[in-house]
Ligand binder design. Structure first.
Ligand SMILES: Cc1cc2nc3c(=O)[nH]c(=O)nc-3n(C[C@H](O)[C@H](O)[C@H](O)COP(=O)(O)O)c2cc1C
Length: 332
């Protein structure tokens, strides 16, 4: 008779989930999170030491990044056979505690759970201009559905709104670079050597190239080294993730939605890159609301499209497990 493997202890399963979350996208690859693995629950904490204090003083992007990490952890838990109950901001006296995850019942992993987990291993931000192939309405419906599952709406920027978006992107980039503290912060997090485990290495940011809507320059004089390739963003679509609330709970949900949209895009054969300087800068964030007909609050702008050439996406590397994950071992 074949021996049956003993089930993994719950704390080890939770550690697997925390480890999977290290691959989540984060603003400038700051990875502003910490995970505490308890015996029966998992805590997601903000790491204020990794907050972009000048560019993101309210912690909006930090919190959205942590929401994306939460989504990644829950994906891993499902493939490990667990549903989970999640409490967002469970302790008003402990604002750095963003979420507590409690495994709650058995989940039989489905093929789509395994596929999604596999996607977390290969998805990366592609900042090169996309090719002319269209983003189909079916693809858009998939992305919209992925966000709505987290209560977040997607506005697909109409062609007649693209010039406004383009102008706002220029304003946002200009405002961040005009502020000495913001410029210094962007430079600090973006001029990293290849294989740096935090921040953006110059091999993942793109050499300057004209586009319909400019991407954030990342730092004035630190042009990326990744060749732009043959695309010119002619087939790119621009999405605004938005919702009715603006605050930390809403930003966590926005991060979960952003993660789900990025992973759905990758599974649909789409490349994607967030463009959040438009949301970080107060003036352009307010102006973006006009594109939403003043219906709600923008959380992130996302460029999606079909890669212009099958060149592969360079990976931004991550901090090691022990730098971010703490195992809570009860003292005996
Ligand atoms: C909240 C948030 C904001 C981001 N903003 C931008 C952005 O404005 N421009 C950009 O090129 N990438 C942006 N990104 C993508 C990150 O730079 C990227 O996820 C990170 O470097 C990790 O790399 P990867 O996505 O390739 O794994 C953002 C990601 C998140 C989660």
């Amino acid at each position: 008779m074949a021996a049956t493997a003993a089930p993994r202890p719950l704390q080890a399963v939770l550690d697997v989930a925390a480890a999977a979350a290290l691959r989540a996208p984060s603003v400038l690859n700051t990875q502003p999170w910490r995970w505490i693995v308890h015996e029966r629950s998992l805590d997601l904490r903000a790491d204020p030491g990794r907050q972009l204090g000048a560019v993101d003083p309210e912690g909006r992007m930090l919190t959205i990044s942590c929401g994306a990490a939460l989504d990644h952890a829950l994906i891993a838990l499902r493939t490990e056979g667990y549903d989970a109950r999640v409490e967002l901001l469970p302790d008003a006296r402990d604002p750095e505690l963003l979420a507590a995850i409690y495994p709650a019942g058995h989940h039989t992993p489905l093929a789509e759970d395994f596929r999604r987990y596999q996607t977390t291993l290969r998805r990366h931000t592609d900042r090169r201009p996309f090719g002319p192939d269209p983003v189909t309405e079916d693809m858009i419906a998939g992305l919209t559905g992925a966000a709505l599952a987290h209560g977040v709406h997607v506005h697909v920027v109409r062609d007649d709104q693209v010039p406004t978006l383009s102008a706002l992107a220029s304003v946002a980039a200009g405002e961040e670079l005009a502020d000495p503290a913001e410029r210094a912060e962007l430079a600090r997090w973006t001029r990293r050597a290849p294989h740096a485990t935090e921040g953006l290495a110059t091999d993942v940011t793109v050499q300057g190239s004209p586009r319909r809507v400019p991407l954030r320059p990342h730092a004035e004089d630190a042009a990326g080294r990744l060749p732009a390739g043959p695309g010119n963003d002619s087939g790119a679509r621009y999405l605004i993730l938005w919702g009715n609330q603006d605050g930390r709970r809403a930003w966590l949900r926005a991060g979960q939605a952003l993660s789900a949209v990025l992973l759905t895009a990758a599974e649909s054969g789409l490349a994607a890159s967030p463009m959040t300087d438009l949301v970080e800068v107060t003036d352009t964030r307010v102006s973006l609301r006009r594109l939403l007909s003043w219906q709600g609050h923008p959380y992130a702008v996302l460029r999606v499209g079909v890669a212009a050439a099958d060149l592969g996406v360079p990976a931004a590397h991550r901090l090691g497990h022990d730098e971010v994950v703490e195992i809570d071992r009860p003292s005996s």
